[in-house]
Design a protein around this ligand. Structure first.
Ligand code: GLU
Length: 616
């Protein structure tokens, strides 16, 4: 029998959309098959849904259904986005959790304005530019040691961001919106291959961290595909959070537990793994604030593209690249030529991102100049039509004094590694409000540290900082760790308006490839004339000012030769999963009220697009 995620207390029948949500738990493998349970129905996934009354796209059917149910009951897009992200905390615990942070771009239909909400994690007050440097070597500690450590854990921002988002734009309280996720965490969900794979990536370190082992390796084993995964600890945590409010985390008992986990990581005494303690104090949690910000805006081919301002580099880098591309006529007639410009524009924009973008509360970010058309023209004239520039290219000078074609100067540093996974969701409601929301704990499994008994992982977002200061004489780095500082992100939840009304929203996970994936989807949709489902599904490539372009195999097959002739070196993206870039979600207003929600058809098992009233 199917169960539902229906959370009303009254005995209301499950809405049909929820009919596939959950199945009865399977008996343990060893149990006698007295009354064989029906095999679990696989969750429904569909990459495209078109209709009225509201729309959602996430990577996960349960999260999408949660959002649709909120909309169906009269909640708005922000309510639905918060409820869906809480559900992702259950079904995607390795990428979305209250132990992490995120960024949100929001179109408010009433005021017809776009807002940016920054829920990025912050570094503890005791963190300095050399906190990741091993005094014995004078070099950054090994990256995998930084990842699985208390040191990498930033003060979680998601709960404060939810509070801010709901206070400003929501119509339901957090307690209500957490209910579907609580129910799902208690009843469990059906493990799919993706969940098992993400657990497998983490298996070795989870084994060394007892609370993570107990939660994610039930019975000491990887969860089987088709089994039911429950998280009663998280259900209790969400319930308490609903009751006590965000202060429980930022000023209360949960915060004390988080800080204790960071300062004394719960490592198995038998393990030989080095898990460095972190610097977080309860006062760091008390000091945390989610921020309302002015979004970035550039005009591209007559459309207004709104993105996430620093501390994310998403809006500034997508925006700068679009501004550079505005200088060229691009189209589907010669796709390889268009892609050449796309790769070259990203290369240049990445050089500037590395040199100039960090947390604007702590470093001076010349955002207006980075997004100025004068700077874009100066950068654009470095692009040769038939020949890729050798990467890494040097950053430009966003100083307000622009001359065409400045000579190349000093190169930027190599691009720091950034973890490949977070998640993105989009929601539109019947009033025309739109949310694009990236939520993350940085890498699959974040720091690997589960808060004991609480059912959620803590992030490793501070590894998005540059882990060691530049060599003497090298260009300054705006992204060094510092007290209270937000590490630079690439997250780029993006909303595009046409004639002042929402046209589309898009975003993706993928670490620093987020920027190029968003850019490429926009290019596919706007310049290459694809519809949004095709634009999302199309094969991807990413050029982040590195010698090689990393690409999906299908991209190499289609365009490899033509791009190699222009001097691009294409290599298969390493993943995980190998050869896959991003897991995007988007939506488009086909006409007022009629929305098409779009998810991945194939990447990472495909996502889940739903609408409230499907169009016939
Ligand atoms: N930490 C990454 C960022 O903020 C996002 C995580 C990911 O997608 O890998 O850019």
């Amino acid at each position: 029998m199917s169960r539902s995620t229906n959370w009303r207390r009254s005995a209301v029948m499950a809405a049909p959309v929820l009919a596939f949500a959950l199945v009865a738990p399977l008996p343990p493998a060893s149990a006698a098959p007295a009354a064989p349970a029906a095999p679990p129905a696989p969750p429904t996934r569909q990459p495209v849904a078109t209709g009225y009354g509201g729309a959602v796209s996430t990577v996960d059917p349960d999260a999408s259904r949660t959002a649709i149910e909120v909309l169906r009951r009269g909640g708005n897009a922000m309510d639905a986005a918060v409820a869906a992200s809480a559900t992702l905390g259950v079904t995607e615990p390795y990428v979305a959790a209250i132990g992490g942070g995120g960024y949100m771009t929001y179109y408010d239909a009433r005021s017809r304005r776009v807002h940016a909400l920054d829920g990025r994690e912050t570094a503890p007050g005791r963190m300095t530019a050399t906190s990741f440097v091993d005094p014995a070597t004078g070099k950054a500690i090994p990256f995998d040691q930084a990842v699985t450590s208390g040191l990498s854990v930033g003060v979680p921002g998601t709960v404060a961001q939810w509070e801010l988002a709901l206070r400003r734009f929501g119509s339901r309280d957090l307690r209500t919106l957490l209910k579907p996720a609580i129910k799902l965490a208690e009843r469990g969900f059906v493990v799919d291959q993706e969940f098992r794979d993400q657990t497998a990536v983490n298996e070795a370190r989870f084994r060394d961290i007892p609370p993570s082992r107990a939660l994610f390796l039930p019975g000491g084993r990887l969860p089987e595909v088709g089994s039911t995964f429950r998280n009663p600890d998280l259900a209790r945590t969400y319930r308490e959070l609903g009751k006590r409010g965000p202060r429980w985390l930022y000023e209360g008992g949960l915060g004390r537990e988080v800080a204790a986990t960071v300062k004394r990581p719960p490592v198995d005494p038998a393990s030989t793994r080095t898990v460095r303690p972190g610097l977080m104090e309860t006062r760091d949690l008390r000091a945390y604030k989610a921020l309302s910000k002015k979004p970035t805006r550039v005009t591209y081919r007559g459309l207004d593209v709104y993105g996430m301002p620093p501390s994310s580099s998403g809006g500034s880098t997508v925006g700068e690249a679009l501004n550079i591309l505005s200088n060229f006529r691009l189209g589907p007639k010669d796709t390889a030529r268009t892609l050449h410009y796309y790769l070259e524009a990203s290369k240049l924009a990445y050089a500037d991102r590395g040199r100039y973008v960090g947390d604007p509360a702590k470093v001076n970010v010349p955002l207006d100049e980075l997004l100025s058309s004068g700077f874009a023209r100066e950068r654009a004239c470095l692009i040769k039509p038939g020949q890729a520039a050798e990467a890494p290219v040097a950053p430009g000078s966003p100083d307000g004094r622009y001359t065409p074609c400045i000579p190349p100067g000093q190169s930027t540093r190599a691009l720091a590694y950034e973890g490949p996974q977070t998640t993105h969701l989009v929601v539109a409601d019947k009033w025309g409000n739109v949310v694009a929301y990236n939520v993350t704990i940085e890498q699959f499994g974040g720091s690997g540290l589960t808060v004991p008994g609480r059912g959620f992982l803590l992030n490793n977002e501070l590894t998005d900082f540059s882990l060691q200061p530049p060599a003497p004489g090298a260009a300054p780095d705006p992204n060094l760790p510092g007290p209270g500082k937000r590490p630079r992100s690439s997250m780029a939840p993006t909303v595009v308006l046409k004639d002042g009304r929402p046209m589309l929203a898009v975003g993706t996970p993928g670490g620093s490839t987020i920027i190029t994936t968003v850019l490429q989807i926009l290019l596919n949709r706007i310049d290459l004339g694809m519809d949004l489902p095709t634009a999302l599904a199309a094969p991807r490539a990413t050029q982040r000012n590195t010698p090689a372009v990393l690409a999906e195999p299908a991209f190499i097959k289609l365009y490899g030769e033509a791009l190699a002739a222009r001097g691009h070196r294409l290599e298969t993206a390493p993943g995980p999963p190998a050869g896959v870039i991003g897991a995007a979600t988007g939506l488009e207003f086909l006409r007022p009220g009629l929305v098409q929600a779009v998810a991945e058809p194939v990447r990472r098992g495909g996502g889940a697009a739903l609408v409230v009233h499907p169009a016939r």
